[in-house]
Design a protein around this ligand. Structure first.
Ligand SMILES: [Zn+2]
Length: 389
């Protein structure tokens, strides 16, 4: 027993009549069906089986031993006559992605001798896995454009796509791109005179119906190359969204779309340069303030200063500059989220243990005797440290 799959001969059949021949729970098999079951990387159809006064939703479709199973939202008994209606927009979109698989796989074989080993039509994006010569796992931008140009020109030339079951004799003579994985009832799909493989999927009748193909990326995947792409309206929607982004960005940069990358580069360079300039000014201001805090304690020069606007890097720079002088201690702090950041440093010849001083003053932290860092709830810790000297 097997299901007569109506999409094999007519991929455009959206409604049909059939009889339930098997019923298990809420799964039913029909004598014939236009519903496409998940197989060959192409997702299942959804839709309805309508019997008298009953409209059962088809949530999933699977195939097992040549029997197509329709997973319904309610049970229907064997013998029931039903009218099947498939969700056509969903099916057609899958047909576009699937035919996109074929046309890209053919172009990659022809151009780079890459062998496609897997296809996957996702809900958002689709991908093919390709074994490339010499273990190549990605395409350059130029190679990607080369494949896109070839594929889209073949789409625009609107070649016929033909599916049929050849007999053994004819099969031997066909220039198929790769050996079929099945030996009986081999179904062939051919696009124009440039692509021919065995496939049980649902395809549009011409390449023009694929509409548009855009390759999104190529990346390594288990030693092969995974090529991710969009076809049909998905590719158009992606173009619309991407162009909207590009226009918004270029408007903010007061440039046209193509000049936006250069304008952005210029802006980033200008920002980096102003940041550097601002840091240098901050550093000079910090040093100026710190120098005014100069005091002598016992025979040592001591600088103790709270710099609320400074950051850790400018504290370090200021400290480094000051401890170049002999017999010098530097106690600095700056504002941090909840409290202040501390930096205690000394010149190499001064004997004070700055890490011990930091802790004894009640701060958290530590470091080496000549250079310690820590934190405290507020800058009053500097006064405590000074009183300990
Ligand atoms: Zn196919």
């Amino acid at each position: 027993m097997k299901t007569n799959r109506l999409y094999y001969t007519n991929a455009y059949l959206t409604e049909f009549d059939a009889t339930i021949i098997l019923s298990e729970g809420s799964c039913v098999a029909l004598d014939q069906s236009a519903f496409y079951p998940t197989s060959g990387g192409q997702p299942n159809d959804t839709g309805f089986l309508i019997a008298e006064n009953i409209r059962a939703r088809v949530n999933d479709v699977t195939v097992e031993n040549d029997i197509v199973w329709h997973h319904l939202d309610q049970p229907l008994p064997a013998g029931t006559k039903v009218h099947g209606v498939i969700d056509w927009p969903r099916r057609f979109e899958h047909m576009q992605q699937h035919a996109g698989d074929h046309i890209i796989a053919g172009a990659i074989w022809e151009t780079f001798r890459g062998v496609t080993i897997g296809l996957h039509t996702g809900q958002a994006e689709s991908s093919i896995d390709v074994t490339m010569p010499e273990g190549k796992t990605h395409l350059t931008d130029e190679e990607t454009a080369q494949i896109e140009n070839l594929v889209n020109s073949r789409i625009q030339q609107n070649h016929p796509i033909r599916c049929w079951f050849p007999d053994e004799k004819e099969l031997e003579t066909l220039p198929i791109r790769k050996k079929p994985t099945v030996s009986e009832n081999v179904r062939i799909v051919a696009m124009g005179d440039f692509e021919m493989v065995a496939c049980g999927g649902a395809h549009p009748s011409t390449t023009g119906q694929i509409g548009l193909v855009k390759i999104l990326s190529t990346a390594p995947s288990r030693g092969n190359m995974r090529l991710t792409f969009l076809a049909g309206m998905r590719a158009l929607h992606h173009y619309q969204a991407s162009y909207k982004c590009a226009r918004e960005i270029s408007a903010r940069l007061s440039s046209d779309v193509y000049a936006a990358p250069a304008a952005l580069e210029k802006l980033l360079d200008a920002n980096a340069s102003s940041l550097k300039d601002m840091q240098s000014r901050l550093m000079q201001a910090a040093l100026h303030t710190v120098l005014q805090s100069k005091t002598m304690i016992k025979d040592k020069t001591v600088y103790a200063c709270h710099l609320p606007y400074a950051d850790a890097a400018s504290l370090q720079q200021a400290a480094k500059a000051l401890i170049a002088e002999e017999n010098t201690l530097v106690l600095l702090s700056c504002q941090r989220d909840n409290g202040c950041l501390l930096l205690f440093a000394r010149s190499a010849d001064a004997q004070t243990d700055m890490a011990a001083l930091l802790r004894n003053a009640g701060a958290r932290g530590g470091g080496k005797p000549d250079f310690a860092q820590g934190s405290a709830p507020d800058e009053s810790v500097l006064q405590t440290a000074l009183s300990l000297l």
